[in-house]
Design a protein around this ligand. Structure first.
Ligand code: FAD
Length: 139
């Protein structure tokens, strides 16, 4: 099976009473079923998400995610084939944007200390994703 990795960012809209925890619950449940893995960063304004797995499962899941009213202005950063997963054990790892490790990784790839995915190119995002692998996931 050809493995792909897709990365996008989006802007948060009304998350409803379940907040980000409800998103993580359904993402982890569905991703496990579809053998998808990945990671999500959320900073109260933006989501930055990496999804990896079979390309059919990625395509179907991303089209559901893109229609979700809890976020908007979805912007693709990169989609490419991968030989191995960056997040083999994370059905959807969650790293809070205030984590010191993430802040330090962001300082390496972003021109400002604020987390703004608008300024992130594909190469910088891949570097960030690889650094995230070693971080503690929460949520
Ligand atoms: P349902 O849960 O029945 O959803 C039906 C519809 O309602 C969908 O359009 C859904 O988007 C919307 N919806 C569901 N819950 C709410 C709510 N609380 N408030 C408003 N609308 C709602 N899903 C994954 O499978 N994998 C992921 O990695 C993943 N990542 C996500 C990342 C973000 C930033 C967001 C916002 C959502 C993510 N989701 C993910 C959730 C995804 O959008 C779907 O809600 C989920 O896959 C279930 O969709 P469904 O159509 O199967 O079922």
């Amino acid at each position: 099976m050809i493995l792909s990795q897709l990365i996008y960012f989006s802007e948060k809209r009304d998350l409803g009473p379940g907040g980000v925890a409800a998103i993580l619950d359904s993402a982890r449940r569905e991703n496990e079923r579809r053998h998808l893995t990945g990671a999500l960063i959320f900073n109260q304004t933006y989501f930055l998400q990496c999804l990896e797995g079979g390309r059919k499962a990625i395509t179907e899941t991303f089209s559901k995610i893109a229609k979700d009213p809890r976020h908007d202005d979805i912007t693709l950063i990169s989609v490419h084939d991968i030989d191995v997963r960056d997040f083999p054990d994370w059905t959807m790892g969650y790293v809070v944007s205030t984590s010191p490790e993430l802040k330090s990784a962001l300082r390496e790839v972003l021109p400002t200390p604020d987390f703004s995915p608008v300024l992130l190119g594909a190469a910088a995002t891949l570097t960030l994703m690889k650094r995230m692998r070693s971080m503690q996931q929460t949520g």
